[in-house]
Design a protein around this ligand. Sequence first.
Ligand code: NAP
Length: 319
Amino acid sequence: MAATDGHDTGAASIPCVTLNTGHAMPVLGFGTGSSRAPEDLPATIVHAVRLGYRHFDTASFYGTERVLGAAVADAVRSGAVASRADLFVTSKLWIADAHPDRVLPALRESLDRLGLDYLDLFLVHWPVAAGENKKLVPFDMEGVWRAMEECHRLGLARSIGVSNFSAVKMSKLLAFAAVPPAVNQVETNVGWRQEKVREVCAKNGVVVTAFSPLGAHGSAWGSNAVMESGVLRDVAARRGKTVAQVALRWLHEQGVCFVARSFNKERLKQNMEIFDWELSEDDKEMIAQIPQRRACHGEFFVSPDGPYKSLEELWDGEI
Ligand SMILES: NC(=O)c1ccc[n+]([C@@H]2O[C@H](COP(=O)([O-])OP(=O)(O)OC[C@H]3O[C@@H](n4cnc5c(N)ncnc54)[C@H](OP(=O)(O)O)[C@@H]3O)[C@@H](O)[C@H]2O)c1
């Protein structure tokens, strides 16, 4: 797996990882996926850029592409960054567009909403496809990936990847991909370590990016396993850090990138302050004891008459 190499894209203190396309991705991204995006999100994004955030995560499904695009334009106009090239923007292909002939048009629509000429990273959001009337239909992994490869060849997506792919699905994809995925974005945190996915990705030079690095606490499907972990609380007290900082530092030391969501200026700053200290071996041993449980099950994508009839099938038993 490409290792964190400390290469600096200009962000104040966020290191980058080099993707298999040769492009640098800041290891910490600003997540814009939320059921409650605040009205002042554009100003918060510009503030984040001023703090040193360079990597922004959106998706057509989140409804935040326009807001992010406007904030990117603002950040450039106001001189917070010299140009759009200083930023790393990820968006994702929604399941309604996960059909070979819909991939390129959907990317163009995302670019249009963002007001950008290219994405830094375009991800297949789920290994799931929906047809007419939102009915779940079989996901044509190879056809969709060939269309993703075309997006890459056209220069509209500098890197391409997937999200919510199990280790089994990663292996299937890697077996036929002409352009291998650069990233698999999956739920990863101290309470769901994703060891199988990380192993197959590490062997194949695919970067794992964690979503819900803090357990998505406070959201309808999130969990308190991270933010209310007694183990993390003890480690945080010993290190003089916050629970969130320990959770993010653990991911960084595992070689996992992460997109964290905070719309709070203080917490945005706090989440960046994890790159100049280390966890001890004792800390990591204690963290390794935290019970494991997936929070984001994707139960909406399972149905008795759909292609995935159980969560076991959706996750290939990795639940
Ligand atoms: N690919 C996918 O299928 C997928 C799925 C889910 C999410 N994502 C992406 O991943 C991003 C992050 O994941 P997430 O939004 O699920 O959850 P998360 O980042 O694990 O947690 C977000 C919650 O943590 C709070 N928080 C942030 N920093 C904190 C700190 N230092 N101390 C205490 N609380 C803190 C936030 O509240 P405040 O705003 O009040 O700070 C918010 O309630 C999303 O925004 C989205 O971009 C992708």
